[in-house]
Design a binder for this molecule. Structure first.
Ligand code: SDX
Length: 431
């Protein structure tokens, strides 16, 4: 627990209240208002939690002004270049980079949990073929709590670890099955001789009629996309997982809640919305029309893939993603991809526009990921499921951290009530 070295004084109607101030290892100081209501009889009010810390965490730190993202202190650009997704999973889960032996044991454990219970295949057949894969994933992941009873006791540390491994291992299989089901192709089982990203690509794109050989450039790009989306402080879906977990819900139910929240176009659904926006813009000459709409207060249109609650500079993940986009498109011989041309011109124009500069609206992680995923052959409906596969390790790491936090209690915000005050029931004949 952080120590309080100073206090803040809040004065209301002439009465003063001392509130402890904690200084973090990085980022702004925080004022502890835990006892404010008991002392002063008032709530604080912060819709959207723009200025509110919900927990103490040691997993990920973002400096929005610098455009810096650290996982357990390691910068995301170094991890994207030098590490790989399962090693980043180990780092997020256990707090340190693994030794060679620790990494081998972890990768073997994950690899050997990639299959799902055969009975779960029936779940997919209950959905319409045109169901959005995120709907399928929310349903199937929530149903995992009906199959893996031996890892739902959150008070048992070994069960917590088994559930963590099962979720990281099975999410790619479930996402690939959701995709295969939506296109009417047979499910492809995972293979233990493939790495995590290659296994996922093969489960998505292989067909029984012929051998599927994974291109190392594509699997490296896939692994990098997984790495870049792994965790991101207390974003909306992670906060959803923490809130669900605070009631004691089992890990599979909590992750299903996180998937549901990630689906929104303002959050993880933005990669799909961004690509659909680029397709709607269609050509470079139509960009000014959309820039004008994004600036028009009376138009709800927003540039998908731009802006961020925390980053007021370039999202460091977008920088790495942009480099990956060039590599993948060069490999696939689609470097003249019209969508990428529109994306690059839109980025250039937006970054020169005073409106976006004033509001510090920069491209975020979702701006380029959609272009890479489309070039790799994924339909837009699979973009957010891929984000969910990657973010599962972040959700589960934050879930584990919260369960170990002695300060943890059920999350129950208060409100600024503006409704009717006490009044008596009126019989219908008197209304
Ligand atoms: C993710 O939290 C995370 O860490 C999320 C994430 C993660 O890894 O978990 O990083 C993943 O969700 C990335 C964000 C993906 N979403 C999008 O790309 C959707 C488009 N972006 C916006 O909806 C918006 O920027 C948000 C939701 C991302 C952030 O919104 P905020 O912080 O609540 O900011 P705001 O809505 O208060 O906007 C501030 C101003 C507003 O203008 P004013 O009311 O001050 O006049 O900026 C404007 C907004 O109108 N604005 C935009 C804009 N985003 C904000 N104007 C045009 N286009 C945009 N994209």
């Amino acid at each position: 627990m952080a120590d309080s070295t100073r206090t803040a004084t809040l004065t209301i109607d002439g009465k003063s209240f001392a509130l402890p101030i904690y200084s973090p290892t990085a980022g702004p100081d925080v004022v502890d208002i835990t006892k404010l209501y008991a002392q002063a009889g008032v709530f604080t009010h912060d819709p959207g939690f723009t200025s509110t810390s919900s927990c103490e965490s040691a997993i990920t730190f973002i400096d929005g002004d610098k455009g810096e993202l650290l996982h357990r202190g390691y910068p995301i650009d170094q991890l994207a270049e030098k590490s790989h997704y399962l090693e980043v999973c180990y780092l997020l889960l256990y707090g340190e980079l693994p030794t060679a032996a620790e990494l081998e044991h972890f990768e073997t454990t994950i690899t050997r949990h990639t299959m799902i219970h055969e009975q779960m295949h029936n779940f997919f057949r209950g959905f319409r073929r045109d169901a959005h894969p995120m709907a399928t994933m929310v349903g199937v992941v929530g149903a995992m709590s009906a199959f893996y009873h031996d890892s739902t006791d959150i008070t048992d540390e070994r069960q917590r670890e088994i559930a963590s491994h099962r979720l990281i291992a099975k999410m790619p299989t479930i996402a690939a099955m959701a995709y295969k089901y939506s296109i009417g192709q047979p499910f492809v089982y995972p293979r233990n001789d493939l790495d995590y990203a290659s296994n996922f690509l093969r489960m998505c794109f292989a067909v029984p009629a012929e051998e599927y050989v994974v291109d190392p450039v594509l699997s490296r790009a896939m692994d990098r996309i997984f790495t870049l989306h792994a965790d991101h402080e207390q974003n909306a879906s992670t906060s959803t997982v923490r809130l669900a977990s605070s009631s004691g819900a089992n890990p599979f139910a909590c992750i299903a809640a996180g998937i549901a929240c990630l689906w929104g176009p303002a959050h993880g659904g933005a990669n799909q919305a961004c690509l659909e926006m680029l397709k709607e813009i269609g050509t470079v000459d139509r960009i000014p029309e959309y820039i004008a709409r994004a600036k028009d207060k009376n138009d709800p249109f927003r540039l998908m893939g731009f802006g961020h609650r925390v980053y007021k500079n370039f999202d460091p993940r977008a920088k790495v993603m942009k480099q990956s986009a060039d590599e993948v498109l060069d490999l696939l011989g689609v470097e003249n991809n019209p969508l990428l041309q529109v994306a690059k011109e839109l980025e250039r124009i937006a970054l020169q526009d005073d409106y976006f500069a004033e509001k510090k609206l920069f491209p975020n992680v979702d701006f380029y990921s959609g272009i890479i995923l489309e070039a790799m052959g994924f339909p837009t409906s699979m973009f957010t499921p891929i984000f969910a596969v990657s973010r599962t390790v972040g959700w589960i790491s934050q879930w584990k951290e919260q369960l170990a936090d002695p300060a943890m209690k059920i999350g129950r915000p208060r409100q600024l009530y503006m409704g009717a005050t006490l009044r008596d029931y009126v019989e219908i004949e008197d209304r």
